[in-house]
Design a protein around this ligand. Structure first.
Ligand code: SAM
Length: 249
């Protein structure tokens, strides 16, 4: 993707200067298939964009002003591709640090003829911090993030106050954050952290019913096989800006 897609937006839309950097992943060499490797050579320039450390001009990137949904950690991209195919009126920006997953989604985009997905192979905390303007997103999907089950690793979980605030700040008032996890302790942490974030409001009382539009991923299917209960959480960004801006100053 050429650099024309990543021009700066106005300085007053810049990221809050300070955010805690949560390291939520370990770089996996992992197995990458020949097809995934080839996709990264052949289609990267068409559907991916580099992280340049300043807010992306989203209408320029997608070639239209449709609402943009950010997906954090799309894995192999099954959910991203399915939801994007069903919702051509929305744009989807997918973030992933796993090369095989990026190759897999690039192949799906080409196979299914999708035009409303763009990919960044970059740490979501960087992109949220400096790559997206305030109130620029219609929604954020965080499906089955790494649960970091050991207590000493809980600090690596993405949903904790600093990152939750950053995510909420990037969502436009009235937009939504949808999280799902099959790890009960993380589900409770998500509920507590998101409920305490002043920019957000729970759309439900506690956990949300599983929406049937969210496709079953292999992570979810495995969790269900192991008997893990799946929790969905759907919060919206509060429509008023009075409380939030006080916190950001
Ligand atoms: C457990 S997998 C779930 C994948 C997918 N959402 C699903 O439901 O099948 C979590 C994914 O998040 C990615 N990930 C973790 N931290 C990330 C970060 N900071 N930025 C981007 N991706 C991240 C990992 O590489 C991994 O592929």
């Amino acid at each position: 993707m050429s650099s024309q897609h990543t021009t700066c937006t106005k300085p007053d839309q810049a990221a809050p200067a300070v955010h805690a950097h949560v390291r939520s992943f370990v770089r996996r060499q992992g197995k990458i298939t020949a097809a995934q490797r080839q996709a990264r050579v052949e289609f990267q320039a068409k559907w991916s964009l580099p992280y340049e450390g300043h807010p992306i001009d989203l209408p320029q990137l997608f070639g239209n002003a449709n609402p943009v949904v950010l997906e954090i950690g799309f894995g192999m991209g099954e959910t991203t591709a399915t939801i994007a195919a069903r919702n051509p009126q929305w744009n989807f920006l997918g973030l992933e640090v796993y090369a095989a997953g990026v190759g897999s989604l690039l192949n799906r985009i080409e196979r299914d003829g999708l035009t409303n997905i763009r990919i960044m192979e970059q740490d979501a905390v960087d992109v949220l911090g400096s790559g997206l303007a305030e109130s620029s997103l219609h929604g954020v999907h965080l499906f089955f993030p790494d649960p970091w089950p050991k207590k000493r690793h809980h600090k690596r979980r993405l949903i904790q106050p600093a990152v939750a605030h950053l995510i909420a700040n990037r969502i436009r008032p009235g937009g939504y954050l949808h999280c799902a996890t099959d790890w009960p302790h993380y589900a409770e942490q998500m509920l507590a952290v998101l409920a305490a974030e002043p920019l957000l409001e729970n759309r439900f009382s506690g956990f949300a019913p599983r929406p049937d539009w969210r496709p079953l991923t292999k992570f979810e299917a495995r969790g269900l096989r192991l008997g893990n209960p799946v929790a969905d959480l759907i919060f919206m960004r509060r429509p008023t800006r009075a409380g939030p801006s006080a916190k950001e100053q």
